[in-house]
Design a protein around this ligand. Structure first.
Ligand SMILES: [Fe+2]
Length: 259
């Protein structure tokens, strides 16, 4: 089974372009199940109508991260939408869920959204122990387990990859918006990449307009970040999973989308 993981979709134009291209992409890569990180659909957060657009286009599960609550309108939506996952290890009694089991091609696919702690402001609970708890709680109830690990540090992502190696079919990082070139199958059969990158404006500073971002670094009065214009780049990875749940190969995708 081939699984497509799409890197953080950044901005309104990226939501539209990926939605328009998804059917063809899934055909091109022979995809059975698609997960996308959507926490930057409206730069900071995602609106319910944007989630609807992405689901209608063929994304099976949307994961979130530190900007989960960037748009308050998502709160009632996430309570009723099991295919929209916020990080499971948000402390306390947050709305929504961070884990779900979904069907594709007769397989039960567990998807978990976790957030890291290195260089992150959100004070998440320990993601390593959170993953243990999820896998124990759902033991025997899934065939394939996937994780979007949303965090800054490559070290934390690599550590998590090895910690869960052999227990997941695939784990990919999100959040930095810059794709890493370290895709591999770990020794015990988990497909891994530190960060799948961003699906958003190619000529940008992690999705934001260059001049607005530069102002901050040049000591000017900070401006509100806005979405950059221009071509939309797709950053993603395809994990090819065999019947025993082990990953056979990981293919990195980095290309400009038509639109
Ligand atoms: Fe993030």
């Amino acid at each position: 089974m081939r699984i497509l993981a799409i890197g953080d979709i950044v901005g309104k134009k990226a939501v539209r372009i990926i939605s328009e291209n998804l059917t063809l992409l899934k055909r091109e890569y022979n995809i059975a199940f698609t997960v996308a990180n959507g926490e930057n659909a409206d730069m900071v957060g995602i609106f319910p109508d944007q989630a609807d657009t992405l689901f209608r286009a063929g994304i099976d599960v949307i994961t979130l991260g530190n900007h989960t609550w960037g748009k308050r309108q998502i709160v009632p939506y996430i309570e009723n939408e099991p295919t929209l996952l916020r990080p499971h290890n948000i402390p306390g009694d947050a709305p929504g869920s961070g884990v779900g089991i979904f069907d594709a091609q007769g397989k039960r696919i567990l998807v978990m959204s976790l957030m890291g702690r290195c260089g992150m402001q959100f004070g998440a609970d320990n993601p390593f122990f959170a993953a243990d708890k999820i896998l124990n709680q759902y033991a025997g109830k899934y065939d394939i387990a996937l994780c979007d690990f949303h965090t800054e540090a490559t070290s934390e992502k690599q550590a998590m990859g090895f910690y869960l190696d052999g227990r997941l079919s695939a784990l990919w990082g999100t959040h930095t918006h810059v794709q890493t070139a370290d895709e591999k199958v770990l020794p015990k059969g988990t497909g891994f990449i530190c960060d799948i990158g961003m699906t958003g404006p190619e000529n940008s500073v992690i999705g934001c307009a260059v001049e607005k971002s530069l102002a901050t670094f040049l000591g000017k009065v900070p401006e509100r970040f806005s979405e950059a214009e221009g071509d939309i780049m797709l950053n993603a990875a395809v994990f090819d999973i065999s019947d025993d749940g082990k990953c056979k190969s990981v293919e990195r995708i980095n290309k400009i989308l038509k639109g």
